[in-house]
Design a protein around this ligand. Sequence first.
Ligand SMILES: Cc1cc2nc3c(=O)[nH]c(=O)nc-3n(C[C@H](O)[C@H](O)[C@H](O)COP(=O)(O)O)c2cc1C
Length: 489
Amino acid sequence: MIQFPKIIQGGMGVGVSNWRLAQAVSKLGQLGVVSGTALDSVFVRRLADGDQGGHVRRGLDAFPFQEMAKRIWQGYFVPGGKAAGAPYKALPMHQKRDARKLVELCMVSNFVEVILAREGHENPVGINFLEKVQIPHLPSIYGAMLAGVGYVLMGAGIPLHIPGVLDAFAAHQPAEYRLAVAGAAASMDTLMRFDPAEYAEGPLPVLDRPRFLAIVSSNTLAATMLRRADGRVDGFVVESPAAGGHNAPPRGKLQLNAAGEPVYGERDRVNIEDMRALGVPFWLAGGYGNPAKLREALDQGAAGVQVGTAFAFSRESGMRADLKTQLIRQAIAGAGEVFTDPLASPTGFPFKVAQLEGTTSEPDVYAARIRTCDLGYLREPYAMGDGEIGYRCSAEPVETYVAKGGKIEETVGRKCLCNTLMANIGHAQTRRDGADEPALITVGDDLNTIAQFIAPGRESYSAQDVVERLLGLSGAVPREAESLLEATA
Ligand SMILES: Cc1cc2nc3c(=O)[nH]c(=O)nc-3n(C[C@H](O)[C@H](O)[C@H](O)COP(=O)(O)O)c2cc1C
């Protein structure tokens, strides 16, 4: 019988659920998940910072195509790290037909993240992608599979064709994926293709087909996936709007509450009975990071829960230590505030934001940032008049976006998630005036409940503390906010 984990540590991009966190969780027999989003950029920035600890080098040594590994090392490694205050070298932004160099980088960076997460244990490791960030999918998935990834999880879209991609790559066969291009005529060539044979430099390892879990916000979507996907869907993560990161928009006409957040209603509630009736395992996510909620999920017939926020603040996660500490202090004081921002994300999906000084959650920090688009993962492909594909992001300079046919009202309140999320993990770009890109932290509604993982007198906790507490194995007792405040005063 297949053993499923009770806890999935949710994928958290960019770089928050890195190999270190996923390794720690998988070592404990639960499912650790690395984020595959923008991993090529994270990877080259790690190399530009001198590959501290030599982990990337170790991962590269395990890559089956050593000539490719060598090219990448030579192209991006900066011995001792780039000079303080020097900017990171820019990668070209993704386009439907990426240069070979960028395709190789996607393969290799995803391979390295997964192989490092698999070190020191025999348990499965997963990788998470956002369907919306489509262009890097094929080489990234193949790279992760070369490293023996056990699960692929995907949300933020309807990934009907990923199961088929996994089947093809397990046999080292070519796979295709259709790029969603706004305004494309039916005749437009929107198909992306990746043929492993074009990249192989030697004998190919035997690959297992990873399990595929679709991240959905409704049982209807889960049913559609099972009916229409072009291959096996092994299960679902059912995410409620309490979850950190992007949330599915509410059904029907968007209504905002007095604070300006989307209002979710009865129609957005998942019918658990219908989920059970689908007959495939599912995990509940969004506010499930405590032992009572895990028990509740199991009682309802779920295989377990997916938890993000609790792990995002653990010592192993990729989030910058200073940001972690500030938000942990807020949580201990019961003072953490989370805003579900309907505008911030260029995807148009609601995006949860922790209110934190110095980040673009503050209007003046947001206003002071000069709009720039140089990472481009959330750019929307669109059909240009000449039959070519153009790319635009509603957080890029307003006039540029409008010149590309974007609507000016879509630029209002949009935030550059690419650059802020890189800043969150210590890879902020330095601008010409010497200023670093500001951060912007995403967390779930349950931010304040992370205080339950913190032992008296401490300001940090480990992934193991989270796993043990959720499973009811730990002796740690939750502390009252007041006594913790005394301890940290
Ligand atoms: C910092 C952070 C980043 C996230 N990034 C992603 C992501 O890249 N892809 C994704 O599918 N979910 C993402 N999520 C959602 C988590 O995988 C998970 O489903 C969610 O956090 C569960 O709800 P919780 O935050 O209440 O535990 C993110 C969550 C957080 C807190």
